[in-house]
Design a protein around this ligand. Structure first.
Ligand SMILES: Nc1ncnc2c1ncn2[C@@H]1O[C@H](COP(=O)(O)OP(=O)(O)O)[C@@H](O)[C@H]1O
Ligand SMILES: [Mg+2]
Length: 254
């Protein structure tokens, strides 16, 4: 039987880019030919389906955690082919959710996928813990700013207490020199930086389009960063081939 790996994207602070990162890393891994399931485990503020423009679906992770449905009934295929387990956007759907059921659900998902990528909630509360506890690996998402890095450090300490493997840090929304350097982020967190994603207006544009950045704006800087991270995660070389026009322009500029 297949045994996939559960990779949870976590952060201390909210709004650091976890959802954008989860979706794009999952989509980039899917494009590399990996069998991926993306899970929205951010039950109180679920965003994955909003980013994907997914229609309201009959079965969500909430049903599974209430014990009403099996997890395979909550797996949907995005038009890109990526498999997604959405959470319900209705506040009522939070009632009677039993976080202890998450373990069984993700165990089943690991039987059908090589990589289960989990978007979790911020902070160190029960909800964040639900995902962190069952992670095989953690990716910590932070912005290069003191409050975000300080909160990321708290998450790292908690994860270490739980003996979780932290594969690296994703630094997102990097704008430039007037903020913490990536080197300092690595120094403070004492973890390797697996990727740096620049501030890129293609990100909000892709959300407006309700599409996945790496699919709808594959040549944007942020998309390339996410593709590089995905390649690194699976130990493959990142082939950042320029497009036809880019090659032509650079040839003409010579
Ligand atoms: N690289 C980026 N460039 C510009 N905006 C970004 C980038 N990454 C994320 N954002 C924006 O930041 C906001 C928060 O991102 P999100 O992924 O929802 O954070 P989280 O899931 O950690 O709360 C979103 O509105 C998104 O458009
Ligand atoms: Mg989010």
């Amino acid at each position: 039987m297949k045994r996939g790996k559960l990779v949870v994207l976590t952060s201390g602070k909210g709004g650091t880019g976890k959802t954008v990162s989860s979706i794009n890393i999952a989509a980039a891994l899917h494009a590399l030919g990996k069998n991926v399931v993306l899970v929205d485990a951010n039950l109180t503020t679920p965003n994955v389906s909003l980013h994907l423009g997914a229609p309201v679906v009959p079965t969500t992770l909430n049903h599974v955690l209430r014990g009403n449905k099996r997890v395979n009934q909550a797996v949907y295929e995005h038009h890109s082919g990526l498999k997604v387990v959405p959470a319900s956007i209705s506040v009522d759907a939070l009632r009677k959710v039993r976080p202890e059921k998450f373990r069984g659900a993700v165990k089943k998902l690991k039987n059908i996928a090589d990589l289960v990528i989990v978007d979790s909630s911020a902070g160190l509360g029960k909800e964040a813990l639900m995902a962190i506890q069952h992670a095989d690996e953690l990716l910590v998402v932070t912005n290069p700013e003191i409050p975000a890095v300080t909160d990321a450090l708290k998450t790292i300490k908690l994860a270490e207490k739980l003996k979780k493997k932290i594969v690296g840090v994703v630094v997102t929304r990097r704008r430039g020199r007037k903020e913490m350097s990536v080197k300092n982020v690595a120094y403070m967190l004492e973890k390797p930086i697996i990727g740096v994603v620049p501030e890129d207006e293609s990100v909000p544009e892709s959300i407006m389009l309700r599409d996945i950045l790496v699919n709808c704006k594959p040549r944007s800087k942020a998309a390339r960063s996410y593709k590089r991270i995905a390649s690194r995660m699976v130990g493959e070389k990142f082939l950042d081939k320029p497009g036809f026009f880019e090659s032509l322009f650079s040839w003409m500029k010579r």
